[in-house]
Each structure stands twice: as C-alpha cells, then as structure tokens.
Write a protein that binds this ligand. Structure first.
Ligand code: GLA
Length: 346
C-alpha cells in the first residue's frame, strides 16, 4: 500500500515596484519567486513541534499558540498559530520539518514565506480552509505579533497570489488584484548589498508613523486618494514622505503598462526613478544600495532600485539576458505562489 505524505511550500517575493506604499493602502507589483520555505508534515500531534536544520531547534508549543513565548525563528510559527486560532482553526498540533532555500536578510521576504508555509501546514492538519488573502492577512498580523514589525500586506500577498511569468498588481486598500505578464526577455536580477536588512530596529516603524501622520494632516485614509496638488504646503518631512507614495503609486501603474506593452526601457526608467524617490524623499536607502544601483545602470541594466524595506538588503535590476549575465547576482523568475502538496511516501 502506498502511503501519502504532505508538504507545504511558500515562496519569497520580489517586489517589482510599489515600495513603502502597502501600509497606506497604495499600489504594489510583487512577483512570487522560485525560492521559498517548505514544511514537511510528519503528522498531527498534541503540540506544534517543528525542527529545522538551517534555523535550529524550536521548543514545542500549544496548537493554539498559547503558553510560554518561544524565541528565535519559531516566534513566527507560534504567532501564526495564535492568529489562526482566533479565526477558528481547530486546536490540532503537528510535527513538521522546515527547510528553506531563501536567503534571509536580503529583502526577499523570508519571514513571510515561513509564516505562509506554516499557516498552510496548520490549516492542512486541521482540515481548516481560508481564502488565500485571508491567510495572508493572518500572517501579516502574525509578523506584528512575533517581532513587532507593523508591515503591510505586500510580502504575504505576493507569496500566496503568485503565478508563473506574472506579477501581481495589487491595490492594498481594496485588495483588488490582477496579473500582469512579465515578458520573457525581462530578466530580474537581485544584487545583494551585503548589509543585512532586518526590519526590527530599522527605521521601518518610524517611516510608517511619519506617513500615517502626514496622511492625517491631509485628511486621507489611503494614499491612492491623493494627487501631488493635495500635498502642497505641508511641512517638509510630511511632504517628502507623501510625495514618495503618491508618485510611487503612479509609477506602479505606468510600470504595469510598460510591461504590458513590452517596453522594458520605459519600465527600467521607472525603477530608477523609484530608487531616487526612495533615496531622497523616503530616505530608506544606504550608500551601498545607491552604489549598486549606479553600477547596475552603468553595466547597461534598463533600471534598478532597492527592493523591500530598504536600510540594507538588495537591489533589483531589470536587464536583458546578456546584461544580466554581466551583472552576476541572483536571477529570479516570477513563479507560482504557496501551495499544499500531497505525494507518495516511499
Ligand atoms: C517590507 C514590509 C512590506 C513593505 C515593504 C516596503 O518588506 O514587510 O510590508 O512595507 O517593506 O515596501
């Protein structure tokens, strides 16, 4: 008799454009990538007991995430269990093995991939179903619960909604989304700055607070309600923060249109404009990231920009295949999103 086993897998994401717009209900254009986190489900169990050779051991915790707080990477898993319990997931534990081929700290959302893979595994053992975006929202709340990072929905949504050869144009205010094909000759290259990015302790929470303050000043709930004319006369800091998100929302739409028209030169210019705005108006770049963007442009990339939260991490360059080879770095492909897989156990 063949026995079956189950595993979940959730990808990291590369955000093509739309950076620091998600938490003001703005526009983003992420793609799931082929690197991610897998959880092999060894079986249901009285507690949640996870092991990982890469991440180290984890103390088992209760199926509803209750009890003493774990530390290290398992904090994310425990927080996911708490959020799923709040949504009614039956208190079934599991024994699972976690593996990852997604480098942490480079801006490809390794924590979101871990949260989503764990969430899918916890749902699978308890025969509990959530819509993909409901699951993504639970994981976003788990990120805040686990490490206090008030992130938006970008990373988790990118992980669950991904499709091969397509990016996801997502309105983070309404959660409406549609796929935008990525042309076959558009190569996405991730260049690591060597400065590890951690959102905890970075300026991320400060930026979010500054932006929310600026939105209150102009009486807007979502950045998509605003045009440049609406932000005249603000104090210089609020003006810069809002100018970034208002112009970035517009760049997202123009970038999607450029991809649809196969105009990679126009798409590349928008990436470089996005970087300048993140550097000068949103102030989340570093000298290393600026230097990498310049180097990619000098080498002939269509354009480049810092990707993810900034303050370190990586640069994304859009290039033709020959230039991509010259750039080195990590070539990533728009891929299918998170999934549960059942396979024959040998
Ligand atoms: C991090 C956060 C996301 C988003 C980006 C910036 O990746 O987790 O929610 O805010 O930064 O675009």
């Amino acid at each position: 008799m063949t026995r079956t086993a189950r595993a979940t897998w959730a990808p990291g994401r590369v955000n093509l454009i739309g950076e620091h717009t998600d938490y003001s209900g703005g526009l983003v254009l992420p793609a799931a990538i082929e690197l991610g986190v897998a959880v092999r489900i060894e079986g249901a169990a009285p507690s949640i007991s996870l092991t990982s050779r890469q991440f180290g051991g984890a103390e088992p915790f209760a199926p509803d995430g209750g009890g003493a707080a774990t530390d290290g990477w398992a904090r994310y898993a425990q927080a996911v269990a708490v959020e799923l319990a709040a949504l009614g997931r039956p208190a079934v534990g599991l024994e699972g093995t976690v593996t990852s081929d997604l480098p942490p700290g480079v801006g490809l959302s390794s924590s979101a991939a871990l949260e989503v893979a764990i969430a899918l595994a916890l749902c699978a053992v308890a025969d509990f179903e959530l819509e993909p975006l409901e699951l993504a929202l639970a994981c976003q709340r788990a990120e805040l619960r686990a490490v206090g990072v008030p992130c938006g929905i970008l990373d988790q949504a990118g992980s669950v909604l991904g499709r091969q050869r397509a990016a996801i144009l997502l309105d983070c205010g309404t959660l409406e989304h549609r796929l935008v094909p990525v042309p076959a000759d558009a190569v996405l290259v991730v260049l690591e700055s060597g400065v590890e990015r951690r959102l905890e302790g970075s300026g991320y929470a400060t930026r979010r607070a500054e932006l929310e303050h600026a939105l209150r000043l102009v009486g807007a709930e979502r950045s998509t309600e605003l045009e440049l004319g609406d932000i005249d006369g603000l104090d210089p800091l609020s003006l810069r923060r809002l100018r970034h998100v208002v112009t970035e929302n517009d760049r997202v739409l123009r970038f999607a249109a450029a991809l649809e028209a196969g105009d990679l030169a126009a798409a590349g210019r928008l990436l470089s404009e996005s970087h300048a705005s993140l550097r000068d108006d949103y102030e989340v770049s570093t000298p290393e990231l600026d230097e990498l963007v310049r180097a990619a442009e000098d080498a002939g990339a269509y354009g480049a920009r810092l990707v993810g939260g900034g303050f370190g991490g990586s640069v994304l360059a859009l290039a033709d295949p020959d230039t991509a080879r010259l750039l080195g770095g990590l070539t990533v492909h728009a891929s299918d999103g998170a999934r549960l897989r059942t396979y024959a156990k040998t």
